[in-house]
Design a protein around this ligand. Sequence first.
Ligand SMILES: Cc1cc2nc3c(=O)[nH]c(=O)nc-3n(C[C@H](O)[C@H](O)[C@H](O)COP(=O)(O)O)c2cc1C
Length: 187
Amino acid sequence: MFIMIFELIKKRRSVFPAQYTNQPINKSEIEKILESANWAPTHKKTEPWRFKVFLENSKEQLGRFLAKKYKETEGNPKAFKVKKLLENPSRSAAVIAICMQRDPKESLPEWEEIAATAMAVQNMWLCCTEMGIGCYWSSPGLTKYMGEFVEMGDGELCLGFLYMGRYEEEITVSERKPVEEKVVWFN
Ligand SMILES: Cc1cc2nc3c(=O)[nH]c(=O)nc-3n(C[C@H](O)[C@H](O)[C@H](O)COP(=O)(O)O)c2cc1C
């Protein structure tokens, strides 16, 4: 079914690993989603988005790494958080680490590179919505340790994870405060 872009934008939701079924997502579908990211706009064509895709065993390894790192670095680690960090990747069909590679010439302020990467994530999120795939952007402070788990480039920053999975249950309607409260008009 063809969905108009405005409807698609409103339909997009955060769908969490607890809601995922164990149905797989094909590699070709993930490639399509990544291709949508690659069409995000970027100032000076730096194309700063970088992605690390975790499938199969690597998801479990990621979960173990995040849970271990949390226990090591948190003074008072909470059992439920350890469990979530450990289990969320394996509950997902795929996990994509969202990274930003700073232009080596630093020709742009960092925020512009982060903004472009966030636009790439929105593309993926909308693409997932259209494909009936649930996903959400998780941004734990633990992302700063990602270089201990996978190779990260010089000036590459991990901004979080896109957890992805198929789901069956009805997704709840979300709310926003009226846009009028956030807009100033000038004539
Ligand atoms: C940059 C960014 C980081 C986010 N990080 C988290 C997170 O760490 N944990 C979480 O539960 N949701 C996170 N979210 C998802 C938001 O909670 C979610 O988008 C918001 O509640 C609105 O719900 P919706 O996406 O269903 O419209 C993040 C979203 C964005 C854009």
